[in-house]
Design a binder for this molecule. Structure first.
Ligand code: CDP
Ligand code: CDP
Length: 258
């Protein structure tokens, strides 16, 4: 039978993955899974237990937490055509508690890459992400959504190696830092206001950790399409991806009908 269309979106920090993925999912009526949220939840769980994630001797404890934590995502899509261009919101639940804001704080961002580099943590998250992907597209879920968009660092290479479309988003680190700062300002965050240099350095440090770790490093899959968003608008990059999905769906249906 035909399986639901899968879109994999990867790229460095603040390259536009989640914004783009949510809008593509909304336009196409697909489901959306934010895999970074899983690593952020495990990091938050460790920090709230007083564990220092950068201390290598704590890896086993953090891995146990990754296995035992229950992580849930709920994305609210607009269905009216007037609001179809608005950004869907994703709520994140850790052991039934809404942690949507807590997982985006500077403290979690600072430690998340160390947590994501722990092999057994990645195995536990991979299992949870695959289970969620399977449920979201099964008929039982009754979601009525007919495809899936997932974003992260290893979606095209590890999580969905057979995805129908793989996108690798990149953007200049200065541009990414500016966008992250604007995002923080818009969200009305009460955290201390950071300067652009600090934000840029933090993004670059995290990218370096993500690219050089041994397990599932951040890497463009060989068959991924690279999009540089430095000079694009969000609408521009969303349009490009939506058109490419349509093109591939048509190509697949015309080749199967021959
Ligand atoms: O939104 P932002 O790019 O800042 O981060 P995120 O997508 O929420 O991911 C946070 C961190 O989780 C990344 O820096 C990676 O260390 C890790 N991650 C990963 O290793 N693999 C994924 N598939 C997704 C996230
Ligand atoms: O998920 P990831 O960390 O890759 O990025 P994000 O959380 O989507 O943040 C990217 C920020 O850049 C968002 O505030 C977007 O509105 C903004 N942006 C973009 O993604 N693409 C553009 N062409 C322009 C702005």
């Amino acid at each position: 039978g035909t399986r639901p269309f899968q879109v994999a979106i990867d790229g460095p920090a603040a390259s536009g993955k989640s914004t783009t993925a949510k809008m593509v999912a909304q336009r196409l009526g697909f489901d959306y899974i934010d895999t970074g949220a899983f690593y952020r939840c495990v990091t938050l769980a460790a920090l709230s237990k007083g564990i220092d994630p950068s201390n290598p001797s704590q890896a086993l404890q953090i891995s146990n937490l990754a296995e035992s934590s229950h992580i849930g995502l709920k994305t609210i899509f607009s269905t009216t055509s007037a609001s179809k261009s608005s950004l869907p919101t994703t709520k994140v639940f850790l052991d039934s508690k809404d942690v949507s804001f807590e997982i985006r704080t500077g403290t979690v961002s600072k430690h998340v890459s160390a947590v994501a580099a722990i092999g057994p943590v990645r195995e536990a998250v991979l299992q949870k992400v695959r289970d969620m992907g399977a449920t979201s597209i099964s008929q039982e879920s009754n979601s009525g959504r007919d495809g899936l968009v997932m974003d992260g660092r290893d979606i095209g290479t590890v999580v969905l190696p057979n995805a129908d479309l793989k996108i690798f988003l990149v953007a200049d680190s200065r541009v990414r830092a500016e966008r992250r700062l604007q995002e923080l300002a818009r969200s009305g965050s009460k955290e201390e206001v950071l300067d652009i240099e600090t934000v840029q350095k933090d993004l670059e440090r995290r990218d370096e950790l993500d690219r050089t770790r041994e397990v599932s490093p951040l890497r463009k899959a060989d068959d991924a399409v690279e999009l540089d968003t430095s000079l694009l608008t969000i609408e521009g990059q969303v349009d490009a991806i939506v058109q490419e999905v349509h093109r591939r769906q048509q190509a697949a249906s015309s080749s199967s009908s021959q």
